[in-house]
Ligand binder design. Sequence first.
Ligand code: NAD
Ligand code: LMR
Length: 326
Amino acid sequence: MKAPVRVAVTGAAGQIGYSLLFRIAAGEMFGKDQPVILQLLEITPALEVLEGVVMELEDCAFPLLAGVTTSDQAKIAFRDAHFILLIGAKPRGPGMERRDLLEANAAIFSQQGKAIDAMASRSVRVLVVGNPANTNALIVQRNAPTIAPRRFTAMTRLDHNRALAQLASKTGARVNELRQMIIWGNHSSTQYPDISQATVKGRRANGLVDRQWLTQDFIPTVQQRGAAIIRARGQSSAASAANAIIDHMRSWILGTPEDDWVSMAILSDGSYGIAEGLFFSFPCRCSAGNYQVVEGLEIDEFSRTRMLATEQELAEERGAIKHLLP
Ligand code: NAD
Ligand code: LMR
């Protein structure tokens, strides 16, 4: 049996936590041979609810669950963590944009960045989910200067999965017959879901759909999907977000298939002309716990304009929280 990995999860008593923890404990994130210790963080008033979640975890008798701890102190929850899933934050309500949460949530992420720096394993891998996820990831990363910047990511995998589902439905294909979807930029309504590289059953997706569907239907549907779910459910997405968290971490750790890639928001190194120092979603290939931006893709004028718009928004978000960036 492998040694257990330590997985810290914040906001563990929230909606996403409830859809996520049981799947991690069942082995869906790290594989069916990898024991896990869950280190759960909540704010003090939610600790009682969290105890109920822990009781349910116990009652599942998961063979891979090697331990569960709870705390309201980030420095305790992050101690020696190999993986940290930063979910705990305020979600948006109807009529809000994700950037409206910046002020409410930014302080959480600056404090948690410092706690990661002080307490986590030096080889920790961090995924930021709490919104606005890209800019929160920047706050966390900059507050954890002794951890390599490559170990911080933000989640656009939900957008990637949404885009796959829309294209599969339009072309009458199954999702696993699609390859090479891309989400560029921010997890926000300026994101650019790009099918210019995508294939459906080996054929170029661009040749299967018309420009009007792309601009009037596909792109806005993916960009606005989170808001549509909030309107319908009265709460933001949770099960699909938890599913995307599993997918993101699984790809990062266990790798991507030879003929495909995934979308991950990572610290820009200037690839595709995107300003350095922003957490921007790129197509990435993963192998053995590492990721690489897929380089050399041709970017036409249509794509470039949309990539610049989402880059501009991220630069503005960074400007709004610059006092939190050491
Ligand atoms: P929720 O309100 O159901 O749960 C959030 C939990 O976080 C609560 O239990 C709360 O007590 C806890 N929390 C708040 N501050 C905390 C702190 N400082 N430390 C630890 N825990 C804290 O919300 P949810 O639906 O689970 O969503 C959580 C976040 O994820 C929101 O910001 C939401 O917008 C975001 N989200 C992101 C994506 C994505 O694709 N990136 C998808 C869905 C939701
Ligand atoms: C989503 O995309 O569903 C989440 O980011 C929640 C939201 O605020 O839209």
